[in-house]
Structures are given as structure tokens and as C-alpha cells.
Design a protein around this ligand. Structure first.
Ligand code: FE
Length: 167
């Protein structure tokens, strides 16, 4: 790295942090949309998603607790991304967190999901999105059960359940 590149990088990072602190940076998922394998315009997403799926997946919305499809689902099977159909979570790692949202202690694969820091509330949270299409899924917290101690708190609207019997 040349001295010039180093200075430029430092300046860019500095400005990035300042912009983030001021809340003027767009959401990272939107900003880095082109990095995902599956990309569509908002118009294209609206054509294949329900309004609720669009609000959650593409606008980082949160559905109501308890009044959602998969919170109480105990059937064996796989939860796929409602946007691009990538398998994300297995019923094997689903548990009742009593939060009102489907919760898992691990994803099917670390490669299936991506995370970023979400500053929408006063305290930072870790946002979770689909690694293939960037669709917002929910958040991950560190108050989950063993063996990981993690709680992947997901929106049912971001998921499509595929029963084991259907495969
Ligand atoms: Fe996806």
C-alpha cells in the first residue's frame, strides 16, 4: 500500500464513520445490493413478493410478534428465503424463544446468511440477511440456548417453510 493509498483509505474510512454517526448513510444492504448473487429492482421484487414480504425483506420491516405464520410451527422441514429460495434454517435448530417470532440457534450454514450492525434503535443490533439476495430476515442476539448461545430472531414473512415430507 502506498502512502497515498493509505491516506486516501484512512480518509474514506473516517468519512464513512462520520456519515454513519450522522445517520446519513443508506442501509448497507441497499448500498451494496450489487454484491449479491440475486439482485432485482424494487419493481421486480414487488412483482414476486406480497406487500408484507416486500416490507420485511426489502425495507427491513418487522412483522408483529405471535401473529405470524411460523412462530408456533413445530413441523420438521426447512425454512427457505422467501425472496430467492435459498435454504436458511432447519427445524432441527428451531426453538420456542417465547418472543413471538420463529427463533433458531443456528443457520443451516454460516454461508447462507450475512450480518451487519443495525443502528435503528438506540443500541446497536446485529441485522441478519440472506447471503444470496440481501433480503432482510431479522436479527441475531446472544441470549439463545446452547450449544451456540445465539438467538436468530426471524420474520416469518421472510421465510417459506418446506416440510420434510415434501422433499
Ligand atoms: Fe434470499
Amino acid at each position: 500500500m502506498t502512502r497515498r493509498t493509505f491516506l486516501k483509505t484512512g480518509l474514506t474510512l473516517g468519512l464513512g464513520i462520520t456519515a454513519k454517526a450522522l445517520g446519513i448513510m443508506p442501509a448497507q444492504a441497499k448500498e451494496s445490493g450489487r454484491m449479491f448473487q440475486v439482485t432485482k429492482t424494487d419493481e421486480e421484487w414487488r412483482q414476486i413478493l406480497t406487500p408484507e414480504q416486500f416490507r420485511v425483506l426489502r425495507q427491513e420491516g418487522t412483522e408483529r410478534p405471535f401473529a405470524n405464520k411460523y412462530d408456533a410451527n413445530k413441523d420438521p422441514g426447512t425454512y427457505h428465503c422467501a425472496g430467492c429460495d435459498l435454504p436458511l434454517f432447519s427445524s432441527d435448530s428451531k426453538y420456542d424463544s417465547r418472543t413471538g417470532w420463529p427463533s433458531f440457534w443456528k443457520p443451516i450454514s454460516e454461508k447462507a446468511i450475512g450480518t451487519k450492525t443495525d443502528w435503528k434503535l438506540l443500541h446497536p443490533r446485529t441485522e441478519v440477511h440472506c447471503a444470496r439476495c440481501g433480503g432482510h430476515l431479522g436479527h441475531v442476539f446472544d441470549d439463545g440456548p446452547p450449544p451456540t448461545g445465539l438467538r436468530y430472531c426471524m420474520n416469518s414473512a421472510a421465510l417459506n417453510f418446506v416440510p420434510a415430507s415434501a422433499r
